[in-house]
Design a binder for this molecule. Structure first.
Ligand code: ZN
Length: 68
């Protein structure tokens, strides 16, 4: 299999985004008793989830366009 630098970069981005999302979910568990903090953290978690999805879509697109 060819080593595609773009694909590697996109995989790293996706990995980072998933890790950020995972950390954000962990924080929800810590602050769930504080309604205000929970709402803020929930928003941040949603954003992290969307970013992780976005990174995944970019990798899918690259694989489709590049055939790698
Ligand atoms: Zn590629």
């Amino acid at each position: 299999m060819d080593d595609c630098p773009d694909r590697n970069r996109l995989i790293k981005q996706w990995h980072k985004a998933v890790q950020a999302f995972s950390k954000s979910v962990s924080r929800l568990r810590v602050c769930h008793r504080d309604a205000g903090k929970f709402a803020d953290q929930y928003q941040a978690t949603e954003l992290a989830r969307v970013q992780a999805e976005d990174a995944h879509v970019k990798l899918e697109l690259h694989r489709t366009e590049h055939g790698c």
